[in-house]
Each structure stands twice: as structure tokens, then as C-alpha cells.
Design a protein around this ligand. Structure first.
Ligand SMILES: Nc1ncnc2c1ncn2[C@@H]1O[C@H](COP(=O)(O)OP(=O)(O)OP(=O)(O)O)[C@@H](O)[C@H]1O
Ligand SMILES: O=C(O)C1=C[C@@H](O)[C@@H](O)[C@H](O)C1
Ligand SMILES: [Mg+2]
Length: 457
């Protein structure tokens, strides 16, 4: 695969926003490389698009350019202002945004909006289910550069939706401060909820529970169990589409899927964009069976593997071995708490008590929530707090290590000793079970590792 897509001649480049090259740009680039397309040069541009974008577009150095979405509107404006050097596709003209440029035989550039193409494909696929054909787009308040870019994106989305016959309303949500301002009346019962904001994605900011109308369950905050009063209310859509590529799945997305509402994540859209970029550069489609496997691998590589289960079931032991085999970073939540507090786990319990430990445990989990590719061994009680479950679920897949109670280690495990393993199991088994994406019956260490690795082979 790698040879097939090798691109020795650096004729293709990725124009990345210098300040964010380590996150948004790096993500798309790593997806492109995961498909086996190598040799993509990175051109770092200033936060002020006027500073370097025009020079890059006017130079004839590259046969193809993929742009960070940050520059999409500036690039479209540049092309419109320089008709002798390039043109916009109909779609890009409609959205007013360009994220891909290809050089034609006569040396001019054609600018297209690939993200928009992918979104339109998704909407067309789901169109039969959109009965009232109305959409609500969530955007951030215009407080930062990133928010301004997102609002531009929202304008593009509206144009595309209009072209598909879908009426839209914008709703500004502020994930940092509770409460919603409504610059325009929202559609009464939108079919489609398009989340172009960080709302529901930034678990680290959001301390307020997020709610959906007509829904008792909500996204929990801290130790608060879901309830239906207060918080930010959103209508229940027939389809949720999100544009932020991180986390892998937002709170909104998890909640939508839990209730059987089709939902497309920003991460999935970004992987599809990486594939579309390569196809555009190569001028041919990638074979479906090959890219389906690669797309699955990209997801598996990005996802944290979160080991859950009773104290002493083997989460730490198995986690360490998994990390070695998969060449991934290993993190043990108990170990992280001990490091943060500066005392061994048992001493924290003895000197500070369980409530203190649980606070520190949530703090530790919060630092892991938006990381990717980790093997995380939780503590036996890490899944008790709803907020911990929500945080670990943003980028993680839960594997429940189920080991016969008689075999569970209890040494140095004060809670298991104090409450008794059987009573603990009765209380926790329903939580592990409802959370688990996979349940592994623990046998020998080796066999257990092999069972988990089966999926990654
Ligand atoms: N599959 C297994 N077969 C036999 N022994 C095992 C197995 N898995 C773990 N062990 C042993 O069980 C003990 C407990 O394992 P470990 O510390 O990994 O559990 P844990 O789930 O991380 O516990 P805690 O919730 O307290 O962090 C260790 O002595 C380990 O060597
Ligand atoms: O089962 C539990 O509640 C605990 C298990 C350990 O891993 C530690 O996280 C702590 O001792 C609590
Ligand atoms: Mg452990």
C-alpha cells in the first residue's frame, strides 16, 4: 500500500496554521499518512492569512495543496480576486471556502471545498430520514480566532444546506458559561443538529450538565447524576453531525448514539477528508475494501483502550503488557493519583480518606480525557462517578476484565477488604456491564492479552 501511494516528488503540500500545527493540522496529516500517502510537505503559515497564503497560492511549486480549514475562507477570497490564477468549483463558490487546490494543465489552480463535499454526502445519505428538512447549527460565541473561523464555517454549512433544500437556524452556545443566546429564532423541531461549536466536546471546560429536550438523561457533571431541570437544552434531532475532529466522540454524540439517533462525528468526517485529499491528488479512487480497513485502523490507533473491572482483576498487569505489545503509552489512574498527591495509594486512603482520593481520581482522569492512543488502566472504583465515565468515554473504548471473584487479589486493597468482594461486585457489575464495549473473561495473563489483541491483529 505504502509503495503504491508513495510520492517521492514533493509536489503536494499541507498548509498548516503554525500555532496549531501540533493539533488540527497534525491530525489530518497523520490520517493522510496512515493511508500510506507519504511525502506531503508541510508549509507553516501565519495566523494572519494575508501574510503568507497569497504567496503560497501564487507560487507554482505544488501540484496540489490541502489547507487547514482556518484558511478556507481567505483562500476562496484570494481565488475570487485572482481570476487569471485560479477558479473555484461551484461547491466552493457556494460555500465561500476552499480546503483543497489542484493545479490544472495550464498552471492555474482549482479550489474545492472537500469538507463540504463530504458533509453533503452524509446529508444526502440520511436525507430520506429528514422529514421536516430543518437544521439547527450550533456555533461558538465570536470570542476567539478559532470561533471566528467556525462561524465562517457555519455560514458555509448554511449555504450547502440551503442548496439541499434544508432550512437552517443558528444558535450560539457558550460552553464556558451556562446559558444560550439566540441571535435568530431556532427551527422549532430541527431534523438535523449540526454541531460546529465546542459545545459538548470540551469535557474539560464544561461543568454544566448538557440536556436534550424531551430527555431525562443528560450529560453528567462532576458527581451529579443526570436530571432534567436547568442546564442547556437542545432539541432532539433525527441526525447529529459534528465538525470538531476531537474528541473522537463528544458528549452529545455519545448521548445521541445511546438513544439510537444516527450521529456522525467530526473525527469520521476528518478521516473521510484525508481519504478524499489523497484521491484528489492521485486522480483516482482508493479501493473501498482497502480504505475501510485503514479507516478502522485509524480509529483503533486513536482510541484509548480503557481497562475496567473489579479491584485486583488484573487491569494494571494486563494494561502494561498490552501497551508493550501495541507500542502504546501506558497510564495507570491509581499511579497518576499517587504521583499527583505524592503518596502511595494506601497511604492516601489512610491519611486523607476515600472522598479525597475520589476527587484526585477525577482530576487525574480529566487530564487523560482528550489524549489519544493510550492504554489506560483504571482503578477499581474509577467508573463509579458518572463524570469519570463520561470523561473516559470521549476518546476511549471500555474493556471489562471479568475475573472470577474467588481469584481477585485483595492484598493492599482497603475497599475490597472493608466492604467484601461479593458486595462490591453486586454494586459495580451493572456499571461495568453497561459501560463495556467488550467484556473479556479473564483466564491466564497470556490468553487474556491475546483475546484483547485479537481485534488489533
Ligand atoms: N490473568 C491473571 N492470572 C493470574 N494472575 C493475575 C492475572 N491478572 C493479574 N494477576 C495477578 O493479580 C494481582 C492483581 O493484579 P493487578 O494489580 O493488575 O489488578 P488491578 O485490576 O490493577 O487491581 P486494582 O483495581 O487494585 O488496581 C497481581 O498479583 C497480578 O499479578
Ligand atoms: O475498588 C476501588 O474502589 C478502588 C480500587 C483501587 O484500584 C484504587 O483506585 C482505590 O483503592 C479504590
Ligand atoms: Mg491497578
Amino acid at each position: 500500500m505504502a509503495e503504491l501511494l508513495d510520492n517521492d516528488d514533493p509536489r503536494f503540500a499541507f498548509a498548516a496554521l503554525k500555532e496549531y500545527a501540533a493539533n488540527s493540522g497534525a491530525l489530518l496529516r497523520s490520517h493522510i499518512e496512515a493511508f500510506g500517502f507519504s511525502g506531503l510537505e508541510t508549509v507553516e503559515l501565519d495566523v494572519n492569512a494575508a501574510k503568507g497564503l497569497g504567496t503560497l497560492l501564487a507560487s507554482k511549486r505544488y501540484a496540489g495543496l490541502v489547507l487547514d480549514r482556518y484558511y478556507a475562507h481567505a483562500a476562496a477570497k484570494w481565488l475570487a480576486a485572482h481570476p487569471t490564477l485560479g477558479r473555484l468549483t461551484e461547491r466552493a463558490a457556494r460555500s465561500g471556502a476552499v480546503d483543497l487546490l489542484l493545479r490544472e494543465g495550464d498552471g492555474t489552480l482549482t479550489g474545492d471545498d472537500l469538507a463540504q463535499e463530504i458533509l453533503e454526502d452524509v446529508l444526502r445519505t440520511h436525507a430520506p430520514n429528514l422529514t421536516c428538512r430543518t437544521a439547527l447549527i450550533l456555533v461558538d460565541p465570536p470570542a476567539s480566532d478559532a470561533a471566528a473561523a467556525q462561524r465562517e464555517r457555519a455560514r458555509s454549512l448554511r449555504a450547502s444546506l440551503r442548496a439541499l433544500g434544508i432550512e437552517t437556524a443558528l444558535r450560539v452556545v457558550d460552553a464556558n458559561r451556562p446559558g444560550i443566546s439566540l441571535p435568530e429564532a431556532p427551527a422549532a423541531e430541527p431534523d438535523l443538529l449540526l454541531n460546529a461549536s465546542v459545545f459538548g466536546t470540551d469535557a474539560v471546560f464544561s461543568d454544566e450538565p448538557l440536556f436534550c429536550e424531551r430527555c431525562e438523561a443528560a450529560i453528567p457533571s462532576e458527581n451529579v447524576e443526570p436530571k432534567s431541570a436547568g442546564g442547556q437544552r437542545l432539541p432532539e434531532p433525527r441526525l447529529l453531525v459534528e465538525t470538531a475532529a476531537r474528541p473522537l466522540r463528544s458528549h452529545l454524540l455519545i448521548e445521541a448514539r445511546r438513544r439510537g439517533i444516527p450521529a456522525v462525528s467530526g473525527f469520521e468526517l476528518e478521516v473521510a477528508r484525508a481519504r478524499a485529499v489523497i484521491e484528489a491528488f492521485l486522480g483516482r479512487p482508493l479501493r473501498n475494501c482497502v480504505s475501510a480497513t485503514i479507516e478502522r485502523d485509524i480509529r483503533l490507533e486513536a482510541e484509548n483502550i480503557v481497562l475496567i473491572g473489579m479491584p485486583g482483576c488484573g487491569k494494571t498487569t494486563i494494561g502494561k503488557i498490552l501497551a508493550q505489545r501495541l507500542m502504546r503509552r501506558f497510564v495507570d489512574v491509581d499511579e497518576l493519583v499517587a504521583q499527583h498527591v505524592g503518596k502511595f495509594k494506601a497511604r492516601i486512603y489512610r491519611e486523607e480518606g476515600e472522598a479525597f482520593f475520589r476527587e484526585k481520581e477525577t482530576e487525574a482522569i480529566r487530564t487523560l480525557a482528550l489524549k489519544t492512543g493510550l492504554i489506560i488502566s483504571t482503578g477499581g472504583g474509577s467508573c463509579l462517578r458518572p463524570v469519570n465515565r463520561a470523561l473516559l468515554g470521549l476518546n476511549g473504548r471500555f474493556i471489562w476484565l471479568k475475573r472470577p471473584l474467588a481469584k481477585l487479589a485483595t492484598r493492599d486493597r482497603p475497599i475490597a477488604i472493608a466492604r467484601g468482594v461479593a458486595a462490591l461486585y453486586e454494586e459495580r457489575a451493572p456499571i461495568y456491564s453497561s459501560l463495556a464495549d467488550r467484556t473479556i473473561e479473564v483466564s491466564s495473563i497470556d490468553e487474556t492479552v491475546r483475546a484483547i489483541l485479537g481485534e488489533h491483529a
